[in-house]
Design a protein. Sequence first.
Length: 177
Amino acid sequence: DQKRHSGGCSLQNIPGLQLIRSTPPAVKGGNTWLVDGFSIAEELRSSHLRAFEFLSTVALPFSSVTSSDSVLAWHKVITLDDHGRVQQFTYNNDDRAPLTELPERFVEEFYEHLPVLLRLTQDPRFSVETCLDEGDMLVIDNHRVLHGRRAFEGCRELIGGYITHGQLESALRKRGL
């Protein structure tokens, strides 16, 4: 299985929308999970206030190193607007960088709150599961929705990319929508 995560956490500007197209689907398995990060944030606020406060005030490091790139960015898991409303939910445990630059007390707090966060990303109350058939396209609000998938057998090919919310809004305006 691929864990539930946000795409692009290691980038300075996290992409707003992720597009995924299936060509062809897996022979068996490979269903996609979609998880509502805003609902997780509100559950944290109501039932795990200390975790919510930590995750909405302390930026964490995320990194990705490939043969061609090495990127590092710091983000809060939960970004709030000026009125305390959830504006963005960002997390990818596999892209989390070492916490060596955080003060020790923050490292301890992070590891105290991590199990709650990970448990909620797996909680069926906050997710739906869907199957992408050949030719299907999934558009994910990457600032709100985490995604992952079940293990699969056979070949599976996904074509994907990112665009910003502004790019989508511009395209819709140009078409009078």
